[in-house]
Design a protein around this ligand. Structure first.
Ligand SMILES: *[C@@H]1O[C@H](CO)[C@@H](O)[C@H](O)[C@H]1NC(C)=O
Ligand SMILES: *[C@@H]1O[C@H](CO)[C@@H](O)[C@H](O)[C@H]1NC(C)=O
Ligand SMILES: *[C@@H]1O[C@H](CO)[C@@H](O)[C@H](O)[C@H]1NC(C)=O
Ligand SMILES: *[C@@H]1O[C@H](CO)[C@@H](O)[C@H](O)[C@H]1NC(C)=O
Length: 208
């Protein structure tokens, strides 16, 4: 009967789809939410509220002088545990950069609130997809791919909000992960087809 192969194909496709959807984000939880772990008192609305970005959004407080990320992820806001979402507020003074980095556990949806921003990501075959965003634009950085943001404007700051498809997206900063860890200098020299002195100069610059 021809129906058996169809059923097997259906099962195979379902398993693959199921597998992919399971890997697509944080693990599902089997309760409405994860209550606080440091108390047995049932949570109220305050537990589901994060107020840590009030100062960062206060227009009377000047922006920090360097590029800065204000995170609202599970580490800062424990109620996000199990909810597969988080936020970051990003502020870019004129001429500053958010250096190339990846988020191993989430894609990032960036919404530019103020200023303009050059953004880009590189796919797994090293093709650059870049854009210059204007105020109000939204850009998606696919999960795990290396990306950056640069405020080329020398006069005006840029401010963006990013949403992540994980409560704990994680960040691997390329400059820090490669040059600001204790990977043996000759390994880096060979990897970058240069000499140890050049590697040490880069390392020195990053750690000061
Ligand atoms: C539990 O931890 C949260 C987040 O760190 C903190 O805000 C809260 O005050 C703590 N509660 C108690 C009862 O220690
Ligand atoms: C990366 O993008 C290029 C250009 O669109 C495309 O040819 C290539 O297949 C992409 N690589 C992957 C792994 O998607
Ligand atoms: C994309 O990057 C290229 C190479 O750096 C640059 O010449 C171009 O202006 C950028 N495009 C946008 C839209 O920012
Ligand atoms: C490099 O490491 C040093 C020491 O751990 C740290 O102070 C510095 O902020 C790091 N620099 C970067 C760019 O991560």
């Amino acid at each position: 009967m021809a129906i058996l192969p169809s059923i097997l194909l259906f099962l195979a496709v379902s398993l693959v789809t199921f597998h992919v959807s399971v890997l697509a984000g944080d693990a599902d939880i089997l309760s409405d939410f994860i209550p606080p772990t440091n108390t047995t008192v049932p949570p109220d609305g305050a537990y589901f509220t994060y107020t840590g970005l009030r100062a960062a959004t206060d227009p009377t407080i000047p922006l920090p002088p360097d590029f800065k990320v204000f995170k609202a992820s599970m580490a800062e806001f424990p109620a996000l545990n199990g909810q597969s979402v988080s936020f970051a507020l990003l502020t870019y003074p004129p001429g500053t950069v958010n250096p190339p980095h990846t988020h191993p556990r989430a894609s990032e949806l960036l919404f530019l609130l103020e200023g303009s921003l050059e953004v880009g990501f590189v796919n797994t075959t090293n093709k650059l997809f870049n854009q210059t965003l204007e105020e109000g634009d939204i850009f998606i950085f696919p999960k795990g791919l290396m990306h950056f943001q640069y405020n080329r404007n020398e006069q005006t700051p840029a401010v963006a909000v990013s949403a992540f498809g994980s409560a704990s997206a994680g960040t691997v900063s390329i400059p820090s992960a490669v040059f600001n860890t204790s990977i043996y200098d000759p390994i880096l020299a060979v990897s970058f087809k240069t000499d140890v002195a050049t590697i040490r100069r880069i390392k020195y610059g990053l750690s000061h």
